[in-house]
Design a protein around this ligand. Structure first.
Ligand code: AMP
Ligand code: MG
Length: 409
């Protein structure tokens, strides 16, 4: 049995980068940038007014009230031919280039328009106020994004502003998912005696899509050596093949034997993680092969730690793990497993601290506890007890933001 970090290092070492492709900016959300991005021009590209008001010479309004002659107007999208002379002002709109001669913008709220094209300035004007100088945010040629960054909406705004209608991103891996077990029926069927619905198939496909993969379901296969071998073989053309169930010690856990028959090179078959432990990782030519434990929480947690990391690495991502935060426990936790425990919890901000409320869980089959969690609190192998008030690391799950925002009444 190997440690979680050792297993993860092995997975990442065996994971090839899949190359890159050009996509339209609109289609790049969630993809991984495959090139550094340089600014094509200064930002702002000109000295930009930050307020609606009057462009003027600050020294003309050093003592107030001052009355200035309005000699023109400049709107966003225009440039002004006129320049601001002594005793003059030009009416200006937010986003417009500041005309020559002006050294400050006075907001319209702090002026009074007088008749005969004049304006009164009633409060003192500081030099350079409300002007964003050319290049003050970004200089032409600056690297604004590094390769390996995940593209989110704010990144898309940045890419748009530097003129990237197309961007180079990592190729999306193709993932195939096979659920094993005589007891499984598809979600559309009512389980007969002794049968249960296939939860892992849909869950893994969803997790894989969230990590950027193209997914293919191989459905359900019975615990039968030849059926299993044929089904696994049909998924070996994918970049990643995930099989759930059939990797523990039972008489009908036949997945590893099928891997061996198909020539899958296996690197490990047990990891010191709870939920999890039985977790097979191997490789068949360029295809990564994972045998996840059948219990749904074990399957989801081990997917998140290992398979998700591999999918992101295949796309060239720099960060392949969930965000890790330090939390204060609100209730005791136990870990007698001798493995690194990932325990379901709800993390929230309370009185200036990040706290974790452990969720009651019946264990690795408790789909409900896992679905209610927004984080997994980690107790290392050696930490068998943790008391309220003690601190522990926690992994924030992908549902964290969606589930824990502010809800409207
Ligand atoms: P196994 O790893 O095949 O021994 O399965 C461990 C436990 O997980 C058993 O209780 C199985 O019934 C259950 N299980 C296996 N596959 C799935 C699945 N796809 N969906 C829900 N539960 C499953
Ligand atoms: Mg099984």
């Amino acid at each position: 049995m190997i440690e979680v970090h050792e297993a993860l290092a092995i997975v990442l070492r065996q994971t090839p980068y899949l190359g890159s492709e050009d996509v339209l900016l609109e289609g790049s959300l969630g993809r991984i940038l495959a090139e550094p991005i340089q600014a094509d021009h200064d930002q702002p590209p000109f000295d930009r007014a930050a307020m609606d008001g009057y462009a003027l010479r600050a020294e003309d309004a050093a003592t107030v009230p001052a009355v200035l002659r309005v000699v023109g107007e400049v709107r966003a999208g225009q440039t002004s031919e006129a320049s601001v002379g002594s005793g003059e002002a030009i009416e200006i709109m937010t986003g417009a280039p500041v005309p020559r001669g002006a050294s400050a913008v006075q907001p319209v709220e702090r002026t009074r328009r007088l008749e005969a094209g004049r304006v009164a300035i009633d409060s003192v004007v500081e030099p350079r106020q409300h002007i964003a100088p050319r290049g003050s945010e970004i200089r032409a040629g600056d690297v604004v994004l590094e390769g390996g960054a995940a593209i989110d909406p704010a990144t898309i705004a940045l890419l748009a502003s530097v003129g990237r209608a197309r961007v180079r991103v990592g190729q999306r891996p193709r993932l195939a998912m096979l659920a094993t077990g005589d007891e499984l029926v598809p979600v559309s069927e009512t389980p007969g005696p002794g049968r249960i619905r296939n939860a892992n198939g849909p869950a893994v496909l969803a997790q894989a899509r969230w990590a950027g993969a193209h997914v293919r379901s191989l459905g359900i296969v019975r615990d039968d050596a030849s059926a299993l071998t044929a089904a696994i073989e049909s998924g070996l053309d994918a970049d990643v093949l995930v099989v759930s169930g059939g990797v523990s010690a039972g008489a009908y856990d036949l997945v590893e034997a099928a891997f061996a028959r198909l020539g899958v090179e296996v690197f490990f078959e047990r990891v010191a993680i709870k939920p999890g432990a039985p977790l097979v990782f191997g490789r068949h030519r360029r295809t990564l092969v994972f045998g996840l434990p059948g219990n749904p929480v074990s399957a989801q947690v081990t997917f998140d730690v290992f398979v998700r990391a591999a999918l992101l690495r295949q796309q060239g991502a720099r960060v392949v793990g969930r965000p890790r935060v330090d939390v204060e426990l609100l209730a005791p936790l136990r870990n007698r497993s001798g493995r690194e425990a990932h325990l379901p919890a709800r993390v929230r901000w309370e009185a200036g601290r990040l706290v974790a409320e452990p969720l009651r869980s019946m264990g690795s089959a408790d789909i409900l506890a896992h679905a209610r969690a927004n984080a997994l609190v980690i107790l290392e192998r050696s930490r068998i007890d943790a008391s309220p008030g003690e601190r522990a690391p926690a992994l924030l799950l992908g549902n964290f933001l969606e589930r824990d925002g502010v809800s409207l009444p």
